[in-house]
Structures are given as structure tokens and as C-alpha cells.
Design a protein around this ligand. Structure first.
Ligand SMILES: Cc1cc2nc3c(=O)[nH]c(=O)nc-3n(C[C@H](O)[C@H](O)[C@H](O)COP(=O)(O)OP(=O)(O)OC[C@H]3O[C@@H](n4cnc5c(N)ncnc54)[C@H](O)[C@@H]3O)c2cc1C
Length: 380
């Protein structure tokens, strides 16, 4: 849809991202997904586009400004490749870099940020634990003071990029029970007592890895604490806002892809003597999909605009994420139905996106948790 928010600068950015995705990503996603990984050089190619450098100062390798609409464009256009695992594999660093840029000790920030933003190194966010991911305030990984530093013990799971990342932003309990006892730490792969194993076969996102991380009395110096002691919960929640915007944008790009593929198929395929698209039932399905794409597009614009204005629209982000995953569920189901048996075969975008609906509805805050959060923010 034409939009007043799509300025000439953003349009140019969209075109460069779109051509990157069309040339460097989409033709290869079937092979990458079957192989279970993306090529390491893709990280640096994406880094060269500047897409990891939002809100990162130029002296740290970033682009020196933030624009949530551009973040959205990157997420949306990348999702058009039809394999969410690519966005997950590349995006792990985007959901973990902000706390390092904003709150890490300069000795860590100045060394690590340029490597991550350029795509040379990966960084992951470690919040979810084997005992649960929704109740972040109750996380159990412990950090205990040891001289000038801390010793971490516990475990994280479902950590995207966890098998390949060099750097980790980890939530751990430094104080009493609840949100006021949580701090964030920077942990490097290679630290003594830090091990990891890959999660078993998954329903989707095949070309990204997810790991369980084990911290067995891992020592980190005081400088590795990110932000003030016991104020990590707030930083985790703020970080979630942009992660969720990226997930909403990913849902929008996937919905558009489902619509495009369903329209192409419906034009090509004939049943009962005419193209599928000439059957009213099919046309209605396509309109119902398109209506959700338009509504999600407008909703996301509103959310991006509020964040660009300096607001923290937690209720709107939460509601938009539920709206996005429900739209994706609907579009995936209808596109699959329109493709019929052809959609059920491995190696097409509709089949893959259909398998990837649930990770969007669970990861980064599930639909239930998003509704709960929205309700609290709305004073219900
Ligand atoms: C592919 C993938 C990649 C991921 N990547 C990362 C990552 O990089 N870093 C990271 O930290 N985490 C990651 N996660 C974890 C993800 O954030 C969690 O799965 C999510 O937060 C839900 O936590 P859980 O799976 O432990 O479910 P639980 O918290 O155990 O909840 C189980 C179910 O119960 C529902 N539920 C829980 N509490 C309530 C309630 N009060 N009322 C109603 N319903 C409730 C939940 O919505 C959910 O549907 C990833 C997950 C997946 C699947």
C-alpha cells in the first residue's frame, strides 16, 4: 500500500534490501534449509548493507542513526525469501546488540560492537531457561560475587545462534526473587565452564541453530555486567520492544509472500474448465488474505511511528504482535488450501511458512503473554 511513511530514502533502502534478498538469499533458501545453516559469508554481506547498525554510532561501525521504519523494511523484505530461519540466523545479533551498545563497559563495547555490526562475529540473547521462558522475572540462572567479578551457574535453552555465536548477553539472578533481582552479563564463548549443545530437530527455522547453554561456575569480571546491578529486567523488557517489531515485520513479509504465491497459483491452475482465480470462493480467500496484509501494514506503521517519536508503546506492540501471528496463521492456512496438494510438497514457500507459524506465535513473547502484557498496560 502507498504510505506517507515510505519516504524517498526509505524507498531506496527497501529497493536495495529487496534486490539483496532476491539475488543473495531467495534462490538458495531451499538448499540452506535442508543443509541446516546459512553460509557464514551471508552475515558479512548483510552487514555491508548496514542492517545491523541501527542506533549504533558510526565510530562503532554503525550507521549513526535509528529509524524503526527501516528496521521494519529489513525484516519485512528478508521474510519474503520464504524461510524464517534466514532472518533468525542473521537476526540473533540484532536482538542482543542494543544492551551492549547502550549499557556495556566501553572496553567491551568498543571491541565487540564493530565485529558484530559488520557481520564478522555473532552475538546471541540468552534469556529463556529449561524451566520456562514466559516468566522472565523468575529466571533461575545465578550470578554470585567472587572477588572483583561474578560466577554464573545455570542453563539457557532455545538460544538462537547459540551454537555459532562468539558473544552472549545473558540474564542472571544477582539479587532476591522477582524482577528486581535480575542483571545482564556479557559472556564470551571459550570462558571456562561454558558449554553448549544443539537442540534436536525442529518444526521450522531449519537453517538457524538453537542451543542449550550450560554455565558451570563461569567466571566473568565486573566489567562484564551490562548496565547497573539488579536493573537487568528493565533492559530485557526494553530490548523486547524492537525484537517484537522485527517479528511483526517478519509476519507481514511472510503474509505478503503467501498472498503472492497463492495469487500466482490461482491464475495458473485450472479446475472445472476455468482458472482457480475465477472461482468466487478462491477470490474471497485472496481478498481475506489481502485485507489482513493491509491491516497489519497500517498497524505496524503506527507502531513504528510511535517508537520513532520516542514513545514506548508496549500495549500497541503487544497487540500488534498477536494480530500479526493470527494474520500469519490465517494466510498460511488459506494459501496452503489454494495450492492444494502442490502446497503440501517440501520445497515451496507456502509449505515452509505454514510450518513456521507457531514459532512466531511463541517466540519473543507468546500470544498469551502478549495479551496479558497489553491488558496490564491498558489498566484492565
Ligand atoms: C525457534 C525458537 C527460537 C528461540 N530463540 C530464543 C533466543 O534466541 N533467546 C531466548 O532467550 N529465547 C528464545 N526462544 C524462547 C522463546 O522466547 C520461548 O519459547 C517463549 O518465551 C515461551 O517460553 P516457553 O517455551 O518456555 O514456554 P512456557 O513459558 O513454558 O509457556 C508454555 C505455554 O504456556 C503459555 N503460558 C505461560 N504462562 C501463561 C499464563 N500466565 N497465562 C496463559 N498462558 C501462559 C505460554 O504462552 C505458552 O504457550 C526461542 C524459541 C524458539 C521456539
Amino acid at each position: 500500500m502507498r504510505s506517507p511513511f515510505e519516504t524517498a530514502e526509505r524507498q531506496a533502502f527497501r529497493e536495495s534490501v529487496r534486490s539483496f534478498v532476491e539475488q543473495e538469499v531467495t534462490p538458495f533458501v531451499d538448499d540452506w534449509d535442508e543443509a541446516g545453516s546459512i553460509p557464514p559469508e551471508l552475515h558479512e554481506k548483510a552487514g555491508a548493507l548496514g542492517v545491523f547498525g541501527f542506533a549504533v554510532p558510526e565510530e562503532l561501525g554503525g550507521i549513526g542513526f535509528d529509524d524503526v521504519f527501516m528496521r521494519r523494511i529489513w525484516g519485512e523484505e528478508l521474510a519474503r525469501c520464504g524461510a524464517g530461519g534466514v532472518g533468525a540466523a542473521l537476526g540473533a545479533r540484532s536482538i542482543s546488540i542494543d544492551p551492549i551498545v547502550k549499557h556495556a563497559d566501553p572496553s567491551i563495547r568498543d571491541r565487540v560492537v564493530p565485529e558484530v555490526v559488520s557481520g564478522r562475529k555473532c552475538c546471541s540473547l540468552g534469556i529463556t531457561e529449561p524451566s520456562g521462558g514466559s516468566d522472565v522475572a523468575n529466571l533461575k540462572t545465578k550470578a554470585v560475587r567472587d572477588g572483583e567479578g561474578w560466577r554464573l551457574s545455570g542453563s539457557k535453552t532455545f538460544i538462537t545462534g547459540g551454537m555459532t555465536s562468539d558473544y552472549f548477553v545473558v540474564g542472571a539472578r544477582t539479587g532476591g526473587a522477582g524482577p528486581a533481582g535480575v542483571s545482564l552479563f556479557f559472556v564470551e564463548w571459550g570462558a571456562e565452564g561454558f558449554t553448549r549443545t544443539e537442540l534436536d530437530k525442529k518444526m521450522g527455522w531449519w537453517c538457524s541453530d538453537q542451543a542449550t547453554l550450560y554455565f558451570d561456575d563461569v567466571y566473568v569480571p565486573q566489567t562484564n555486567m551490562i548496565g547497573p546491578e539488579n536493573l537487568g529486567f528493565m533492559a530485557i523488557m526494553q530490548n523486547f520492544n524492537l525484537e517484537r517489531v522485527a517479528l511483526i515485520a517478519g509476519c507481514l513479509g511472510a503474509c505478503q509472500t503467501l498472498y503472492d504465491d497463492a495469487v500466482s497459483w490461482a491464475r495458473e491452475r485450472e479446475t472445472f474448465g476455468k482458472p482457480l482465480i475465477k472461482h468466487q470462493v478462491i477470490r474471497h480467500k485472496l481478498v481475506d488474505m489481502s485485507m489482513r496484509v493491509d491491516a497489519l501494514d497500517g498497524y505496524l506503521n503506527q507502531v513504528c511511528w510511535l517508537i520513532n517519536e520516542g514513545e514506548s508503546p508496549v500495549a500497541e506492540i503487544s497487540k500488534a504482535k498477536v494480530f500479526a501471528t493470527k494474520a500469519l496463521e490465517f494466510c498460511a492456512s488459506e494459501a496452503m488450501q489454494i495450492l492444494g496438494g502442490a502446497g503440501y510438497l517440501r520445497g515451496n514457500r507456502v509449505e515452509r511458512i505454514y510450518r513456521e507459524v507457531k514459532v512466531m506465535a511463541i517466540g519473543g513473547g507468546s500470544e498469551e503473554i502478549m495479551r496479558d502484557l497489553a491488558a496490564r498496560q491498558m489498566g484492565l
